[in-house]
Design a protein around this ligand. Structure first.
Ligand SMILES: [Zn+2]
Length: 118
């Protein structure tokens, strides 16, 4: 199985968690325990994804294999790190995450679409 996409996804999530952890937990070099656990969890989910090579971005996936607590945490990380990612790692595909994460939650970035309601 070609795992290039999975690797890219791992790199993306790793970078995002790293940015988040440095900013919120003042970690240096290594992730704090909490974020390390989150990263480990995210990697495991990516590896076990039944979509394999056909894998869509996790945020777009219908299976929702993340448990709720972890998903909330990951979304928090993505929302924080997504915009920063694009400055620091423009080649990594943060965009598709960000798009999904911010959609319908009033967190308009770039365009202001303040239509209330869900
Ligand atoms: Zn942390």
């Amino acid at each position: 199985m070609n795992s290039r996409r999975l690797n890219r996804e791992k790199k993306t999530i790793e970078a995002m968690i790293g940015i988040y952890c440095r900013a919120h937990h003042y970690s240096q070099g290594e992730l704090c325990q909490e974020c390390g656990g989150l990263l480990h969890y995210a990697f495991a989910r990516i590896e076990k994804c039944p979509h394999g090579d056909q894998k869509p971005a996790c945020a777009k996936c219908r299976i929702h294999c993340y448990n709720k607590a972890m998903r909330d945490k990951v979304r928090q990380v993505m929302r924080f790190s997504g915009p920063r990612m694009m400055l620091r790692h423009p080649l990594l595909t943060a965009l598709h995450y960000l798009d999904q994460v911010t959609k319908g939650e009033g967190v308009a970035i770039g365009r202001s679409r303040a239509s209330g309601g869900v």
